[in-house]
Design a binder for this molecule. Structure first.
Ligand code: HEM
Length: 410
């Protein structure tokens, strides 16, 4: 990315794919935080039908917007483009709703996600991780995205939802395509085919599982959705499907993205890697620092419900507002040497959101999964190194590596 590409802030389009080929454009964000912390992009280059949007880039302002659900709604859409993930699907998920409906549905899920409830999954997650890593024994090379991250996170969320292991792969492919909609390697058939073919197939698969649970309830999350009772109301099949897809989407790419960026930054900083090898109890802190530097979701969107002034900008009712976490998490007002990975930093960050009603439900699960993944990787492969250039998913939403080739024995 060249500096010339964004000299004129009045024409700068923050979500232009050209700026995102190597992940989030940190130099653009640095300039916006300093010169124009709430910035208007007049459009989205690769999606001409989409209207422009506001970019919120400082941690303090993202915090303000996240807590004001009356002024900044989630019910229109949660990403800046309306021409990608089908809007009715998003609006069927509680992440795409406002209170009170949002709160009522989120409550159904809360019990399964408390730190205490999640801790009971630790032995199963460790077993899944050990099983996947065991398959690497004897190999010289691996791709940490497809050989480790994807199979582990798919099985963990698959088990949570009650899927059979053979369904992990088709679900992961569908979710990768849905969230990485703009990347032709993840979504080769294009959006129209995704909507016309893949989503109906996902619906059918989900309904088969729903029918099985109606007949024989278990203690998985699908059974919770099927038998949900919200003040006397039950969820329709469409609402169950939306809840199911939300879990699969939130549980898949997020942890996959964070694990691979943690491993990458550790391997790029051998002194930090060695500290972790010497003291594995630093795993949790390493994960928090990677969450800060590489938030798995680059943004979530809100839509202004009225004219609102935010840090000098006049946001109009109906305007889209993007909360850019890769920017706020490297805000120099909050972090010393923000671009430096420090395994001891153990920072607070906004990778899971910045408080408010939509704060991530899955933090305890994500943290446990990531800690186990990092611990097991470093323990088994203490000399692992990057063997070829990693590649990025081209996305302003699902911010992650597509490949991370490694030499296992170093
Ligand atoms: C590293 C992993 C993860 C990251 C970085 C992450 C990040 C986020 C973010 C940024 C939000 C939106 C916050 C906002 O709009 O204010 C969110 C919401 C959510 N996350 Fe996560 N997440 C992760 C893992 C998970 C997992 C494993 C699950 C569950 C399986 C999960 C379930 C959810 C749900 C259900 C919501 C919607 C909450 C609501 O609308 O009230 N997340 N997450």
């Amino acid at each position: 990315m060249s500096t010339e590409a964004f000299q004129d802030l009045t024409t700068l389009q923050v979500a232009d794919d050209e700026l995102w080929l190597q992940g989030p454009p940190h130099d653009v964000f640095e300039r916006l935080r300093a010169e124009c912390p709430v910035h208007w992009s007049p459009g989205i280059a690769q999606s001409p039908k989409d209207a422009g949007f506001w970019s919120v880039t400082r941690a303090e302002d993202i915090h303000t917007v996240s807590r004001d659900w009356q002024g900044f709604s989630s019910a229109q859409n949660i990403i800046i483009t309306d021409e990608s993930i089908p809007v009715p699907l998003v609006q069927g998920m509680f992440i795409g709703m406002d209170p009170p409906k949002h709160d009522r549905i989120k409550n159904l899920f809360q019990k399964a996600f408390t730190p205490k409830a999640i801790a009971t999954h630790e032995p199963a997650i460790r077993e899944i991780t050990e099983g996947v890593m065991g398959r690497l024994e004897g190999r010289e090379h691996a791709d940490l995205v497809s050989d480790v991250a994807q199979p582990v996170v798919s099985r963990v969320i698959g088990e949570f939802m009650g899927l059979d292991p053979e369904d992990d792969k088709p679900w992961a492919e569908a979710i990768n395509a849905l969230l990485g909609f703009g990347d032709t390697t993840l979504n080769p058939k294009g959006l129209e085919a995704l909507v016309a073919e893949d989503i109906p197939r996902m619906y059918e698969k989900c309904m088969k599982l729903v029918a099985a649970r109606r007949e024989n309830p278990t203690n998985d999350m699908t059974s919770v959705l099927v038998f949900a009772d919200i003040d006397g109301d039950t969820l329709s099949d469409e609402e169950i499907f939306a809840g199911f897809v939300l879990m699969m989407a939130a549980g898949n790419d997020s942890t996959k993205a964070t694990y691979t960026s943690t491993m990458r930054i550790l391997m790029e900083n051998p002194d930090q890697w060695q500290m972790l090898v010497d003291d594995p109890s630093l795993s949790a802190s390493a994960v928090e620092e990677a969450l800060r530097m590489f938030p798995a979701f680059a943004h979530f969107r809100r839509t202004a419900t009225k004219d609102i002034e935010l840090n000098g900008a006049l946001i109009k009712a109906g305007d889209k507002v993007a909360l850019w976490y890769p920017s706020s998490n490297r805000d120099a007002e909050r972090y010393e040497n923000p671009h430096q990975f420090d395994v001891h930093r153990n920072p607070e960050h906004q990778a899971f959101g910045a408080g408010g009603r939509h704060f991530c439900l899955g933090t305890a699960l994500a943290r446990l999964e990531l800690k186990i993944l990092v611990e097991e990787t470093v323990k088994r492969f203490p000399k692992m190194t990057i063997s070829d250039q990693p590649t990025y998913v081209v996305s302003q939403f699902s911010s992650q590596l597509k490949t991370l080739p490694v030499r296992l024995a170093g």
